[in-house]
Design a protein. Structure first.
Lengths: 147, 237
Protein backbone atom coordinates (compact mmCIF):
# COMPACT_ATOMS: atom_id res chain seq x y z
CA UNK A 1 0.00 0.00 0.00
CA UNK A 2 1.01 3.59 -0.32
CA UNK A 3 2.14 4.77 3.10
CA UNK A 4 -0.70 7.25 3.43
CA UNK A 5 -3.30 4.63 2.53
CA UNK A 6 -2.45 2.33 5.43
CA UNK A 7 -5.20 2.55 8.05
CA UNK A 8 -3.90 4.19 11.23
CA UNK A 9 -4.68 1.19 13.42
CA UNK A 10 -2.73 -1.10 11.10
CA UNK A 11 0.18 1.31 10.67
CA UNK A 12 0.54 1.64 14.42
CA UNK A 13 0.04 -2.02 15.28
CA UNK A 14 2.77 -3.41 17.53
CA UNK A 15 5.64 -5.07 15.69
CA UNK A 16 8.06 -7.52 17.26
CA UNK A 17 11.70 -6.61 17.67
CA UNK A 18 13.44 -9.20 15.53
CA UNK A 19 16.88 -7.63 15.81
CA UNK A 20 19.29 -7.17 12.93
CA UNK A 21 18.68 -9.43 9.96
CA UNK A 22 21.04 -12.23 9.01
CA UNK A 23 22.29 -12.26 5.43
CA UNK A 24 22.67 -15.54 3.60
CA UNK A 25 24.73 -15.15 0.46
CA UNK A 26 24.51 -17.46 -2.50
CA UNK A 27 24.55 -18.04 -6.19
CA UNK A 28 23.36 -15.78 -8.98
CA UNK A 29 19.57 -15.59 -9.28
CA UNK A 30 19.73 -17.59 -12.51
CA UNK A 31 21.20 -20.47 -10.50
CA UNK A 32 18.86 -20.37 -7.53
CA UNK A 33 16.11 -22.85 -6.71
CA UNK A 34 13.08 -20.84 -5.59
CA UNK A 35 10.07 -21.65 -3.42
CA UNK A 36 7.13 -19.39 -2.66
CA UNK A 37 5.92 -18.89 0.89
CA UNK A 38 2.55 -17.22 1.23
CA UNK A 39 0.81 -16.00 4.35
CA UNK A 40 -2.61 -16.02 2.67
CA UNK A 41 -3.81 -19.12 4.48
CA UNK A 42 -3.79 -21.17 1.27
CA UNK A 43 -4.40 -24.89 1.15
CA UNK A 44 -5.29 -27.56 -1.36
CA UNK A 45 -8.97 -28.48 -1.45
CA UNK A 46 -9.53 -31.17 1.14
CA UNK A 47 -6.61 -30.17 3.36
CA UNK A 48 -7.16 -28.94 6.90
CA UNK A 49 -8.24 -25.29 6.90
CA UNK A 50 -6.47 -22.65 8.95
CA UNK A 51 -8.38 -21.44 11.97
CA UNK A 52 -8.07 -19.04 14.90
CA UNK A 53 -4.55 -19.26 16.30
CA UNK A 54 -3.06 -21.47 13.58
CA UNK A 55 0.73 -21.28 13.65
CA UNK A 56 1.53 -24.15 11.30
CA UNK A 57 1.83 -24.26 7.53
CA UNK A 58 0.34 -26.11 4.58
CA UNK A 59 2.31 -27.67 1.76
CA UNK A 60 1.33 -26.50 -1.72
CA UNK A 61 2.41 -29.01 -4.33
CA UNK A 62 2.85 -27.52 -7.79
CA UNK A 63 1.95 -30.89 -9.29
CA UNK A 64 -1.22 -31.38 -7.24
CA UNK A 65 -4.24 -30.66 -9.40
CA UNK A 66 -6.60 -29.96 -6.52
CA UNK A 67 -7.58 -26.28 -6.51
CA UNK A 68 -6.06 -23.91 -3.99
CA UNK A 69 -8.45 -22.41 -1.48
CA UNK A 70 -7.98 -19.64 1.05
CA UNK A 71 -8.90 -20.10 4.70
CA UNK A 72 -7.29 -17.01 6.20
CA UNK A 73 -9.52 -15.78 9.02
CA UNK A 74 -9.09 -12.06 8.37
CA UNK A 75 -11.76 -10.28 6.42
CA UNK A 76 -9.84 -7.02 6.15
CA UNK A 77 -8.27 -7.56 2.75
CA UNK A 78 -9.60 -7.78 -0.76
CA UNK A 79 -10.49 -11.25 -2.02
CA UNK A 80 -11.85 -10.23 -5.40
CA UNK A 81 -8.35 -10.41 -6.88
CA UNK A 82 -7.98 -13.98 -5.66
CA UNK A 83 -11.45 -14.72 -7.06
CA UNK A 84 -10.23 -13.75 -10.51
CA UNK A 85 -6.64 -14.89 -10.60
CA UNK A 86 -4.60 -17.09 -8.27
CA UNK A 87 -1.40 -15.41 -9.46
CA UNK A 88 -2.29 -12.10 -7.88
CA UNK A 89 -1.88 -13.81 -4.50
CA UNK A 90 0.26 -16.84 -5.25
CA UNK A 91 2.21 -16.37 -8.51
CA UNK A 92 3.14 -19.96 -9.15
CA UNK A 93 2.71 -19.87 -12.92
CA UNK A 94 4.55 -16.56 -13.07
CA UNK A 95 7.47 -18.16 -11.28
CA UNK A 96 7.28 -21.06 -13.72
CA UNK A 97 7.64 -18.53 -16.52
CA UNK A 98 10.72 -17.04 -14.86
CA UNK A 99 12.18 -20.52 -14.63
CA UNK A 100 11.53 -21.15 -18.32
CA UNK A 101 13.13 -17.88 -19.42
CA UNK A 102 16.17 -18.48 -17.21
CA UNK A 103 15.60 -15.65 -14.75
CA UNK A 104 15.74 -18.18 -11.92
CA UNK A 105 17.52 -21.51 -11.94
CA UNK A 106 14.56 -23.67 -11.04
CA UNK A 107 11.19 -23.63 -9.34
CA UNK A 108 10.73 -25.98 -6.40
CA UNK A 109 7.92 -28.49 -6.59
CA UNK A 110 6.76 -27.73 -3.05
CA UNK A 111 5.66 -24.33 -1.81
CA UNK A 112 4.12 -23.32 1.50
CA UNK A 113 1.50 -21.20 3.18
CA UNK A 114 1.11 -19.87 6.67
CA UNK A 115 -1.74 -17.72 7.85
CA UNK A 116 -0.55 -14.18 8.47
CA UNK A 117 -1.75 -11.88 11.20
CA UNK A 118 0.11 -14.12 13.65
CA UNK A 119 2.84 -13.18 16.09
CA UNK A 120 6.02 -14.22 14.23
CA UNK A 121 7.59 -15.47 17.42
CA UNK A 122 4.79 -18.05 17.64
CA UNK A 123 5.67 -19.13 14.11
CA UNK A 124 9.27 -19.86 15.08
CA UNK A 125 8.95 -23.64 15.66
CA UNK A 126 7.13 -24.22 12.38
CA UNK A 127 9.40 -21.81 10.51
CA UNK A 128 12.47 -23.58 11.85
CA UNK A 129 11.04 -26.88 10.70
CA UNK A 130 10.27 -25.37 7.31
CA UNK A 131 13.83 -24.07 6.91
CA UNK A 132 15.09 -27.65 7.27
CA UNK A 133 12.51 -28.87 4.77
CA UNK A 134 13.54 -26.18 2.28
CA UNK A 135 17.22 -27.02 2.68
CA UNK A 136 16.42 -30.69 2.15
CA UNK A 137 14.71 -29.77 -1.11
CA UNK A 138 17.82 -27.75 -2.14
CA UNK A 139 15.83 -24.52 -2.11
CA UNK A 140 18.22 -21.62 -1.73
CA UNK A 141 15.80 -18.73 -2.12
CA UNK A 142 12.40 -18.32 -0.49
CA UNK A 143 10.12 -15.61 -1.84
CA UNK A 144 7.74 -14.50 0.89
CA UNK A 145 4.42 -13.11 -0.24
CA UNK A 146 1.90 -11.50 2.13
CA UNK A 147 -1.75 -10.98 1.52
CA UNK B 1 5.69 -12.03 7.21
CA UNK B 2 8.77 -9.89 7.88
CA UNK B 3 9.39 -11.85 11.08
CA UNK B 4 9.21 -15.09 9.13
CA UNK B 5 11.93 -13.79 6.81
CA UNK B 6 14.19 -13.14 9.82
CA UNK B 7 13.65 -16.68 11.12
CA UNK B 8 14.27 -18.41 7.78
CA UNK B 9 17.37 -16.37 7.03
CA UNK B 10 18.83 -17.17 10.45
CA UNK B 11 18.25 -20.82 9.66
CA UNK B 12 20.25 -20.50 6.44
CA UNK B 13 17.57 -19.89 3.79
CA UNK B 14 17.98 -16.68 1.80
CA UNK B 15 14.77 -14.68 1.54
CA UNK B 16 13.18 -11.91 -0.44
CA UNK B 17 9.87 -10.48 0.62
CA UNK B 18 7.09 -8.49 -0.97
CA UNK B 19 5.87 -5.89 1.52
CA UNK B 20 2.38 -4.39 1.60
CA UNK B 21 2.60 -2.32 4.80
CA UNK B 22 5.67 -0.07 4.68
CA UNK B 23 5.45 0.92 8.32
CA UNK B 24 5.73 -2.71 9.41
CA UNK B 25 8.56 -3.58 7.03
CA UNK B 26 10.55 -0.55 8.15
CA UNK B 27 10.16 -1.47 11.81
CA UNK B 28 10.79 -5.22 11.55
CA UNK B 29 13.56 -4.87 8.95
CA UNK B 30 13.53 -8.21 7.13
CA UNK B 31 16.70 -8.99 5.14
CA UNK B 32 15.39 -7.98 1.71
CA UNK B 33 12.03 -6.42 0.97
CA UNK B 34 10.28 -4.92 -2.01
CA UNK B 35 7.54 -2.50 -0.96
CA UNK B 36 4.63 -2.52 -3.38
CA UNK B 37 1.88 0.11 -3.58
CA UNK B 38 -0.99 -2.35 -4.02
CA UNK B 39 -3.96 -2.91 -1.78
CA UNK B 40 -4.00 -5.72 0.74
CA UNK B 41 -5.12 -8.95 -0.85
CA UNK B 42 -3.32 -8.21 -4.14
CA UNK B 43 0.42 -8.49 -3.50
CA UNK B 44 1.15 -8.97 -7.21
CA UNK B 45 -1.01 -5.98 -8.10
CA UNK B 46 -3.25 -6.73 -11.03
CA UNK B 47 -5.36 -9.86 -11.54
CA UNK B 48 -5.06 -11.33 -15.01
CA UNK B 49 -2.06 -9.22 -15.96
CA UNK B 50 0.82 -11.68 -16.24
CA UNK B 51 3.34 -9.17 -17.59
CA UNK B 52 2.74 -6.82 -14.69
CA UNK B 53 2.88 -9.65 -12.16
CA UNK B 54 6.14 -10.88 -13.68
CA UNK B 55 7.66 -7.41 -13.29
CA UNK B 56 6.71 -7.35 -9.61
CA UNK B 57 7.97 -10.84 -8.90
CA UNK B 58 11.20 -10.28 -10.84
CA UNK B 59 11.87 -7.04 -8.96
CA UNK B 60 11.51 -8.89 -5.66
CA UNK B 61 13.65 -11.85 -6.74
CA UNK B 62 16.44 -9.60 -8.01
CA UNK B 63 17.05 -8.49 -4.42
CA UNK B 64 18.28 -12.00 -3.62
CA UNK B 65 21.88 -11.19 -4.45
CA UNK B 66 22.06 -8.27 -2.04
CA UNK B 67 24.05 -8.90 1.13
CA UNK B 68 23.92 -5.31 2.46
CA UNK B 69 20.89 -6.12 4.58
CA UNK B 70 18.43 -4.83 5.53
CA UNK B 71 17.49 -3.86 1.97
CA UNK B 72 14.18 -2.09 1.37
CA UNK B 73 13.44 -1.33 -2.25
CA UNK B 74 10.27 0.22 -3.66
CA UNK B 75 8.19 -0.87 -6.66
CA UNK B 76 6.86 2.46 -7.84
CA UNK B 77 4.47 1.39 -10.59
CA UNK B 78 0.80 1.43 -9.60
CA UNK B 79 -1.41 -1.44 -10.67
CA UNK B 80 -3.34 -0.50 -13.81
CA UNK B 81 -6.84 0.72 -13.05
CA UNK B 82 -9.69 -1.65 -13.97
CA UNK B 83 -11.29 -0.95 -17.32
CA UNK B 84 -14.54 0.07 -15.66
CA UNK B 85 -13.30 1.34 -12.34
CA UNK B 86 -16.15 3.67 -11.63
CA UNK B 87 -19.62 2.81 -10.45
CA UNK B 88 -21.20 3.50 -13.81
CA UNK B 89 -18.85 1.28 -15.75
CA UNK B 90 -19.66 -2.10 -14.29
CA UNK B 91 -22.80 -4.02 -13.54
CA UNK B 92 -23.30 -7.40 -11.98
CA UNK B 93 -23.89 -10.05 -14.67
CA UNK B 94 -27.39 -10.65 -13.36
CA UNK B 95 -29.96 -8.32 -11.91
CA UNK B 96 -30.49 -9.20 -8.26
CA UNK B 97 -34.03 -8.31 -7.41
CA UNK B 98 -33.72 -8.68 -3.68
CA UNK B 99 -33.41 -5.30 -2.03
CA UNK B 100 -30.48 -4.70 0.28
CA UNK B 101 -31.18 -5.48 3.89
CA UNK B 102 -33.12 -8.66 3.27
CA UNK B 103 -31.09 -11.69 4.14
CA UNK B 104 -34.19 -13.84 3.95
CA UNK B 105 -34.24 -17.44 2.79
CA UNK B 106 -36.02 -16.84 -0.52
CA UNK B 107 -33.90 -13.80 -1.35
CA UNK B 108 -30.58 -15.49 -0.61
CA UNK B 109 -31.37 -18.75 -2.33
CA UNK B 110 -32.77 -16.89 -5.34
CA UNK B 111 -29.53 -14.93 -5.62
CA UNK B 112 -27.45 -18.08 -5.39
CA UNK B 113 -29.52 -19.68 -8.14
CA UNK B 114 -29.13 -16.63 -10.36
CA UNK B 115 -25.39 -16.39 -9.80
CA UNK B 116 -24.53 -20.08 -10.07
CA UNK B 117 -24.30 -20.16 -13.88
CA UNK B 118 -21.96 -17.16 -13.77
CA UNK B 119 -19.81 -18.77 -11.13
CA UNK B 120 -19.63 -21.86 -13.34
CA UNK B 121 -18.76 -19.72 -16.35
CA UNK B 122 -15.95 -18.11 -14.37
CA UNK B 123 -14.72 -21.50 -13.22
CA UNK B 124 -14.54 -22.80 -16.78
CA UNK B 125 -12.84 -19.66 -18.08
CA UNK B 126 -10.27 -19.58 -15.30
CA UNK B 127 -9.86 -23.30 -14.93
CA UNK B 128 -10.27 -23.03 -11.20
CA UNK B 129 -12.48 -22.00 -8.35
CA UNK B 130 -11.47 -21.06 -4.83
CA UNK B 131 -14.95 -21.73 -3.47
CA UNK B 132 -15.33 -24.80 -1.30
CA UNK B 133 -13.04 -24.39 1.70
CA UNK B 134 -16.00 -25.14 3.98
CA UNK B 135 -16.55 -28.50 2.33
CA UNK B 136 -20.18 -27.60 1.65
CA UNK B 137 -22.03 -27.02 -1.60
CA UNK B 138 -22.94 -23.38 -1.99
CA UNK B 139 -26.65 -23.97 -1.39
CA UNK B 140 -25.81 -25.83 1.83
CA UNK B 141 -23.64 -22.88 2.78
CA UNK B 142 -26.58 -20.54 2.31
CA UNK B 143 -28.99 -22.69 4.28
CA UNK B 144 -26.50 -23.21 7.11
CA UNK B 145 -25.83 -19.49 7.47
CA UNK B 146 -29.52 -18.69 7.34
CA UNK B 147 -30.09 -21.20 10.14
CA UNK B 148 -27.26 -19.59 12.13
CA UNK B 149 -29.18 -16.34 11.95
CA UNK B 150 -32.17 -18.01 13.62
CA UNK B 151 -30.22 -19.81 16.31
CA UNK B 152 -26.56 -20.15 17.28
CA UNK B 153 -25.29 -23.39 15.74
CA UNK B 154 -24.16 -26.02 18.18
CA UNK B 155 -23.26 -28.79 15.77
CA UNK B 156 -20.98 -28.54 12.78
CA UNK B 157 -22.53 -29.42 9.43
CA UNK B 158 -19.17 -30.81 8.33
CA UNK B 159 -17.73 -33.91 9.93
CA UNK B 160 -14.41 -33.25 11.62
CA UNK B 161 -14.65 -29.48 11.34
CA UNK B 162 -15.37 -27.48 14.51
CA UNK B 163 -18.62 -25.56 14.26
CA UNK B 164 -16.91 -22.16 14.60
CA UNK B 165 -14.59 -22.99 11.70
CA UNK B 166 -17.51 -24.22 9.62
CA UNK B 167 -19.32 -20.96 10.33
CA UNK B 168 -16.38 -18.80 9.26
CA UNK B 169 -15.49 -20.87 6.21
CA UNK B 170 -19.12 -20.91 5.10
CA UNK B 171 -19.23 -17.12 5.28
CA UNK B 172 -16.05 -16.83 3.19
CA UNK B 173 -17.31 -19.37 0.68
CA UNK B 174 -20.48 -17.36 0.27
CA UNK B 175 -18.55 -14.14 -0.34
CA UNK B 176 -16.13 -15.79 -2.73
CA UNK B 177 -18.96 -17.43 -4.67
CA UNK B 178 -20.51 -14.01 -5.22
CA UNK B 179 -17.16 -12.47 -6.17
CA UNK B 180 -16.29 -15.21 -8.64
CA UNK B 181 -19.71 -14.91 -10.26
CA UNK B 182 -19.65 -11.12 -10.34
CA UNK B 183 -16.18 -10.97 -11.88
CA UNK B 184 -17.21 -13.29 -14.69
CA UNK B 185 -18.00 -9.94 -16.24
CA UNK B 186 -14.66 -8.18 -15.97
CA UNK B 187 -13.93 -4.56 -15.33
CA UNK B 188 -14.82 -3.93 -11.72
CA UNK B 189 -12.35 -2.74 -9.13
CA UNK B 190 -12.26 -4.09 -5.60
CA UNK B 191 -14.16 -1.17 -4.10
CA UNK B 192 -16.99 -1.45 -6.60
CA UNK B 193 -17.26 -5.17 -5.91
CA UNK B 194 -17.22 -4.67 -2.14
CA UNK B 195 -19.86 -1.94 -2.37
CA UNK B 196 -22.01 -4.22 -4.49
CA UNK B 197 -21.66 -7.19 -2.13
CA UNK B 198 -22.25 -5.31 1.12
CA UNK B 199 -24.91 -2.90 -0.10
CA UNK B 200 -26.83 -4.66 -2.84
CA UNK B 201 -26.99 -8.36 -2.07
CA UNK B 202 -28.97 -10.52 0.32
CA UNK B 203 -25.73 -12.35 1.13
CA UNK B 204 -24.08 -9.17 2.35
CA UNK B 205 -27.18 -8.33 4.38
CA UNK B 206 -27.12 -11.81 5.90
CA UNK B 207 -23.48 -11.54 6.99
CA UNK B 208 -24.12 -8.13 8.51
CA UNK B 209 -27.09 -9.59 10.37
CA UNK B 210 -25.04 -12.57 11.54
CA UNK B 211 -22.33 -10.28 12.87
CA UNK B 212 -24.95 -8.66 15.07
CA UNK B 213 -27.00 -11.74 15.95
CA UNK B 214 -24.03 -13.82 17.09
CA UNK B 215 -21.90 -11.10 18.70
CA UNK B 216 -22.68 -12.60 22.10
CA UNK B 217 -22.70 -16.24 21.05
CA UNK B 218 -21.88 -18.82 23.70
CA UNK B 219 -19.27 -20.51 21.51
CA UNK B 220 -16.18 -18.28 21.84
CA UNK B 221 -15.01 -19.02 18.31
CA UNK B 222 -18.33 -18.04 16.81
CA UNK B 223 -18.37 -14.95 19.00
CA UNK B 224 -14.94 -13.87 17.77
CA UNK B 225 -15.88 -14.45 14.16
CA UNK B 226 -19.17 -12.58 14.52
CA UNK B 227 -17.46 -9.62 16.09
CA UNK B 228 -14.22 -9.46 14.15
CA UNK B 229 -13.85 -11.65 11.08
CA UNK B 230 -17.20 -11.75 9.31
CA UNK B 231 -17.54 -8.15 8.18
CA UNK B 232 -14.61 -5.88 7.25
CA UNK B 233 -13.89 -3.13 9.75
CA UNK B 234 -14.79 -0.50 7.21
CA UNK B 235 -18.26 -2.02 6.72
CA UNK B 236 -19.20 -2.47 10.36
CA UNK B 237 -21.76 -0.09 11.76
Amino acid sequence: MRRDDVPKRLAEAPCPDMGSPAAVTGLKLSQRRVALISTAGLMHAGDRPFSLGSVDYRILDAEDERPLQMSHISTNFDRSGFAQDLNVVFPLSILRGLELDGTVGSMARYHYSFMGATDPQQLEPAAGDLAAVLAGDRVDLACLIPV
Amino acid sequence: MSGLAHILERKGIATVLIGLVPQHVERIKPPRALLVPFEMGRPLGDPGNRDFQARVLSAALRLAVRSDVPVIDVFEEDAPAPVAADMEGWACPVSLRSPAGTGSTPALLAEIELLEPWCERARVTRGRTGVGASGMHIEEVGRFLLACCEREPVASPVSGLPVADAFKLAAEDLKLFYLEAATARPGAGSTVLADWFWQDTAAGALLLELSRALADAENPGIRIHARATLVPEARRG
